[in-house]
Design a protein around this ligand. Structure first.
Ligand code: NAG
Ligand code: NAG
Ligand code: NAG
Ligand code: NAG
Ligand code: NAG
Ligand code: NAG
Ligand code: NAG
Ligand code: NAG
Ligand code: NAG
Ligand code: NAG
Ligand code: NAG
Length: 493
C-alpha cells in the first residue's frame, strides 16, 4: 500500500530530477537566446549604420543640398523648432514667418527650410513672398486635438461650413490675401494625421466642418511643387478665389476607403491654374473643380476658369478621378484635361450639378484619357440634390454645354458613358471623337444617355447612344439623331 508519505517522497525525488533537467534546459536556452539577441543587435546596428551612411551620403553628398530660392534663408531650427515628433512647433513657424513678413518685398522675400525630422504643429498662416522648403525626410505633422484648430467664418460662396452650419475649422497651412508663395522641397511631406478626424466625423462627434490640409484664399501667384501631401482631415489642397496657381509634381495620398472627403485638389473660384505631373490617390475625388454653392455661389459670382490638368494619375475608389461640381454656382469654364490616367476607381471623369445651382459648366475639353478598371468612365449627373439650406432658388437652372471628349481609351470599364441630362438641364453640344474603351460586360445600353445633344465623330467604341448625331472622320454628317431626349439610363449595372 502506498502511504501518503512515500508518495510524497517519490514525487519530491521525481520533481527534483525534473527540476535539474529543466534548469539545464533553460541554461542552454538562455545561452542560445543571448547569442541570437547579440547577433540581431549587431546586425541591427550594422544595418542602421549603412542606412545612416547612405542618408549622410545623400544629404551631404551635394545631390540633396537645399537650393537657395530666395535672398534670405532661414531654418525652422533658428526659431527654436524641434523635429522630434513631440515638440509643438507652432511658435517656431509663426516667428519664422513673421520674420519673413518683415523683409522688404523688393528684396525677393524669404525662404524657410524644414529639415529632416518630424515637426508637429498646430495650424499656422503663411505670408507673401515666401518659400516653404521641405527637405527629403522632413514631415510636418498636424496636431490632432481640435482645440488647436482656429474656427473661421464659412466661405462666402458656400454660406455654410459644408458639413455643419456656422463656422468651420481653418486649414493646417493657411493663407489669405497673399501673393508670391511657394511650397516646395525634395519631396518632403505635410501629413494631416487625419484619422482621428475621419473617425470623429463618422461617429458624429464634431460640431464644425473639418479643416483642409492647405487652404490659400484670395491670393495670386501660388506654387506647389515636389512635395507630398497626405492624410488630410478634409479636402487636401484648396485654393479659393485665387489667380495663377501652379501645382506640379505633387503626390497626394490618403486611404482610398475610410478617409471621407479627402479630395486631392479643389480649385474653387480660381482663374489660371495648372495641375501637372501629379499622382493622387485619396478617399474622395482626385480633383474637384468648384465655384460655390447655390444662392451663396450665385451671389459671390466668381467662376473657376482657365484650368489645365495634364499628365496626372489618379485613383479614387469612392468617387471620381476629375470632377466638376457639384458646387459650381459661380460657373466653370475653359477647362482642359489632358493625358489623364484613372485606375482602379469608381468613376473616371464626372460633371455633377442640380436644380438650384444656377451657373454653368462650359467649354470643357478632355483629351487622351485612359480608364483602367472602373465602374463608370464618363458621368454627367444633373440631380445631385445636396443644398446648403432650403432657401435656394428652385428656378436657378445650371447650363451644361460645349463638352468634348477626344481620345478616350482603356479597359475593364463596366459603363463607359452615363450622361443623364433632364428636361430642365439638357446637356448641349457634347462631342465624342476617337474612343475605344474595353468593357467588362457585353450588354446593351452601356453608352447611356438622356437629354443629350451633340455629335459623334469617327470611330467610337462601344457603340454610342442614339441621342447623338453621327459624323464620319471627314466631318460629313452620316445620320442626324431624332431622339435627343430619349432616356436609356440603366443604373443597375
Ligand atoms: C540650415 O541647416 C543646414 C543643415 O544643417 C545648414 O547647412 C545651414 O547652414 C543652416 N542655415 C541656416 C540659415 O541656419
Ligand atoms: C490665420 O488668419 C486668419 C485670417 O486672418 C485667421 O482667421 C486665423 O485665425 C489665422 N490662423 C492662425 C492659426 O493664426
Ligand atoms: C482678405 O480679403 C478679404 C476680401 O478681399 C477680406 O474679407 C479678408 O478679411 C481679408 N483677410 C485678411 C486676413 O486680411
Ligand atoms: C519630381 O519630384 C521628385 C522627388 O522630389 C524629383 O526627383 C523629380 O526630379 C521631380 N520631377 C520633376 C519633373 O520635377
Ligand atoms: C514622393 O514621396 C511619396 C511618398 O512619400 C512617394 O509615393 C512618391 O513616389 C514620391 N514622389 C516622387 C516624385 O518621387
Ligand atoms: C460638441 O458640442 C458638444 C455639446 O456642446 C460638446 O460636448 C462637445 O465637446 C463638442 N465636441 C467638439 C469636438 O468640440
Ligand atoms: C522639382 O525638383 C527637381 C529635382 O530636384 C528640380 O529639378 C525641379 O526644378 C523642381 N521643380 C519645381 C517646380 O520646383
Ligand atoms: C475654351 O477653353 C480653352 C482652354 O481650355 C481656351 O483656350 C479657349 O479659348 C476656350 N474657348 C472659348 C470659345 O472660350
Ligand atoms: C496619353 O496619356 C498617357 C498617360 O495617360 C501618356 O502615356 C501618353 O503618352 C499620352 N499620349 C499622347 C499622344 O500624348
Ligand atoms: C427635348 O428637350 C429639350 C430641352 O430639354 C426641349 O426644349 C424639347 O422641347 C424636347 N423635345 C421634345 C420632342 O420633347
Ligand atoms: C436621371 O436624371 C433624372 C432627372 O434628372 C432623375 O430623375 C433620374 O433618377 C436619373 N437617373 C439616374 C439613373 O440617375
Amino acid at each position: 500500500m502506498v502511504t501518503p508519505s512515500s508518495f510524497t517522497i517519490r514525487r519530491v525525488n521525481q520533481s527534483s530530477k525534473f527540476g535539474k533537467f529543466t534548469s539545464f534546459c533553460s541554461l542552454r536556452q538562455s545561452l542560445l537566446i543571448t547569442l541570437w539577441l547579440s547577433l540581431f543587435i549587431v546586425l541591427f546596428i550594422w544595418q542602421k549604420n549603412v542606412f545612416d551612411g547612405l542618408l549622410i551620403f545623400r544629404t551631404r553628398g551635394g545631390i540633396m543640398e537645399i537650393p537657395r530660392l530666395r535672398p534670405v534663408v532661414f531654418n525652422l531650427t533658428d526659431f527654436g523648432g524641434v523635429g522630434d515628433g513631440k515638440t509643438v512647433n507652432t511658435k517656431a513657424f509663426e516667428r519664422a514667418i513673421l520674420e519673413i513678413s518683415k523683409l522688404k518685398n523688393g528684396g525677393g522675400g524669404g525662404q524657410l527650410n524644414v529639415l529632416d525630422g518630424y515637426w508637429l504643429t498646430a495650424p499656422f498662416n503663411l505670408t507673401s513672398h515666401m518659400t516653404l522648403f521641405l527637405a527629403q525626410n522632413a514631415v510636418i505633422l498636424a496636431i490632432q486635438d481640435e482645440k488647436y484648430w482656429p474656427l473661421m467664418p464659412p466661405l462666402p460662396s458656400y454660406g455654410f461650413g459644408r458639413e455643419h452650419p456656422g463656422p468651420r475649422y481653418g486649414s493646417l497651412i493657411h493663407g489669405q490675401n497673399l501673393t508670391d508663395v511657394t511650397i516646395t522641397g525634395h519631396n518632403g511631406t505635410i501629413d494631416g494625421q487625419g484619422k482621428s478626424w475621419w473617425d470623429k466625423f463618422r461617429q458624429k462627434r464634431l460640431n464644425h466642418t473639418r479643416g483642409p490640409l492647405v487652404q490659400i484664399m484670395w491670393s495670386s501667384d501660388i506654387r506647389f511643387s515636389n512635395i507630398t501631401l497626405q492624410n488630410s482631415p478634409f479636402w487636401t489642397l484648396h485654393p479659393y478665389d485665387c489667380k495663377n496657381v501652379f501645382i506640379t509634381n505633387v503626390t497626394i495620398l490618403a486611404p482610398v476607403v475610410g478617409a471621407p472627403n479627402t479630395d486631392g485638389i479643389d480649385p474653387d473660384s480660381c482663374e489660371n491654374m495648372v495641375i501637372e505631373d501629379c499622382y493622387i490617390s485619396t478617399g474622395d475625388d482626385g480633383v474637384a473643380i468648384k465655384s460655390g454653392w447655390d444662392q451663396y455661389g450665385i451671389n459671390y459670382a466668381k467662376p473657376s476658369t482657365n484650368i489645365l490638368i495634364k499628365n496626372v494619375v489618379i485613383r479614387s475608389m469612392v468617387s471620381a478621378g476629375v470632377s466638376i461640381g457639384s458646387e459650381m454656382s459661380g460657373g466653370v469654364s475653359n477647362v482642359r484635361v489632358e493625358n489623364l490616367h484613372v485606375w482602379s476607381s469608381r468613376r473616371g471623369v464626372r460633371i455633377k450639378t442640380s436644380l438650384g445651382r444656377g451657373g454653368y459648366v462650359r467649354n470643357i475639353t478632355y483629351h487622351n484619357i485612359t480608364f483602367d478598371t472602373l465602374r463608370v468612365g464618363i458621368v454627367i449627373k444633373t440631380d445631385y440634390n445636396e443644398h446648403p439650406d432650403e432657401r435656394y432658388n428652385h428656378k436657378a437652372v445650371p447650363v451644361i454645354e460645349d463638352i468634348s471628349f477626344t481620345g478616350i481609351y482603356g479597359h475593364g470599364v463596366r459603363v463607359p458613358v452615363r450622361i443623364n441630362g433632364s428636361l430642365e438641364i439638357p446637356v448641349k453640344n457634347v462631342v465624342f471623337r476617337d474612343m475605344s474603351v474595353g468593357i467588362t460586360y457585353k450588354k446593351k445600353h452601356i453608352f447611356q444617355c438622356a437629354f443629350v445633344h451633340g455629335r459623334v465623330i469617327g470611330s467610337v467604341f462601344p457603340s454610342p447612344c442614339e441621342n447623338l448625331d453621327r459624323y464620319d472622320e471627314q466631318n460629313q454628317l452620316i445620320r442626324r439623331s431624332a431622339m435627343h431626349n430619349i432616356t436609356n439610363i440603366d443604373y443597375d449595372f
